[in-house]
Design a binder for this molecule. Sequence first.
Ligand SMILES: C[S+](C)CC[C@H](N)C(=O)O
Ligand SMILES: N[C@@H](CCS)C(=O)O
Ligand SMILES: [Zn+2]
Length: 334
Amino acid sequence: MGYGGRRAGGVLEDLLEKAGGCAVIDGGFATQLEKHGASINDPLWSALCLIKDPALIKLVHWEYLEAGADVLVTSSYQATIPGFLSRGLSIEEGESLLEKSVKLAVETRDRFWNNAKKVPENSYNRALVAASIGSYGAYLADGSEYSGYYGMDIDLAKLKDFHRRRLQVLVKAGADILAFETIPNKLEAQACAELLEEENVEIQSWICFSSMDGENAPSGESFEECLEILNKADRVSAVGINCAPPHFMESLICKFKKLTDKPIAVYPNSGEVWDGRAKRWLPSQCFGDDKFELYATRWRDLGAKLIGGCCRTTPSTIQAISKALKKGGKVENS
Ligand SMILES: C[S+](C)CC[C@H](N)C(=O)O
Ligand SMILES: N[C@@H](CCS)C(=O)O
Ligand SMILES: [Zn+2]
């Protein structure tokens, strides 16, 4: 594909430097769509808004930028060609919606930054657009991004085939980085890493896992095994955890620090638990914004380089995290 320029100090490293060593990822995207009244109880989940309400997608991106996000994660988590095909769209229409997910974020980032940079000593960085690539389990829409169980028919080749075209389109659309999210097992992590190589993807990427027990991937496979594969993958620029409960983060950051030299990203959910059958969040041990504010600096001090929120977190959560991390001086904007 030969796109984007892979180099030792890439866009992620530039951002981390500007952000003083630790950058802020945005929060729950689907959650904020729902706060605005979007109805996404659908096999496409948040990707339904690419069809029904693109203006709302821009609004949510804007709200996260205002809250202090240094990275916007796009609306493509559950946007897939097979998903769009089952909805009666053509391949071309599906690809154009994927492209749109990147364009909406890029346009919003550019508009926001054009305003922000005019304000002297503003507290913002020019945000990166991370194209979300949800796991195969997200597409299945059966909760399997939290079990890692894809059935006996799924092998490495099938997972690569599932991910290939979306990845190509998102890269070509001009994303700054790729964000593989809520990956629940080793096989899928391997498929994503090998695909980056096969497709010669030259923009940077992170691969983040969910976790149900605070120690292992949802499949039960150890992070030792999962990271052993990713450590060998030069095109994977960062690794981490997303959409797992926030109280797992401390010990998982410590574990990841021992297992990898790659930058670590953590963007937990609120602590609520997704019921994949009933398609709703069940109350559980939760962090409010005050706790995120408190723990963000701990996670940074333990070594996390990218910190944000996932499902059930909102712009106010990201504002709390950003406030905590940016306290004590903001580096110069250029
Ligand atoms: C991150 S989960 C809450 C996303 C929704 C899920 N893949 C589903 O469609 O049921
Ligand atoms: N980027 C997605 C992740 C879901 S786990 C979202 O925030 O909706
Ligand atoms: Zn999530």
